[in-house]
Design a protein. Structure first.
Length: 149
């Protein structure tokens, strides 16, 4: 399913790094940066998470809550957060249901081999739960600037 700017963001529930339930509705009335990334502790994903960490106060000041989602386990997320001191929750979407709802579980290709994986994508969701922006060409080291543009 392909989501577009102006669409209502799909409702979802997952578990965070501490295995606590987390839902989009928990953030009703807040702006949300919902970012999908392929894998904890990989160079691009680490650069992206650290850019969001280093600029977290600017995002908070602009009224955003930040939530990361990958198909890694809660335990892997916990290690990633601890290692890089990330100040925002990461959702473990091991069954890919949230990825499917947002259209970020896609066929990819590397060296001629096709496989399924996460399309690095960020959804900016407004206070009413409507998608205001979709960033598909994420610059991992400059991601906050893309969000706050």
């Amino acid at each position: 399913m392909k989501l577009n700017i102006g669409d209502k963001a799909p409702a979802f529930e997952g578990i965070d790094q501490n295995e606590n339930p987390i839902k989009l509705s928990d953030f009703a009335g807040k702006k949300v940066v919902l970012y999908f990334y392929p894998k904890d502790n990989t160079p691009g994903c680490t650069a992206q998470a650290c850019n969001l960490r280093d600029n977290h106060q600017a995002l908070l000041d602009a009224g955003y809550a930040v939530i990361g989602i990958s198909s890694d386990s809660a335990k892997k997320h916990q290690n990633f957060i601890s290692k890089f001191d990330l100040p925002f929750p990461l959702i473990a979407d091991e069954d890919k249901s949230i990825h499917e709802a947002f259209g970020t579980w896609v066929e990819k290709s590397m060296y001629g081999r096709k496989y399924m994986g996460t399309a690095r994508t960020t959804f900016i969701i407004n206070e009413e739960g409507v998608i205001e922006d979709i960033i598909e060409k994420v610059k991992t080291k400059e991601h906050t600037a893309q969000i706050l543009k």
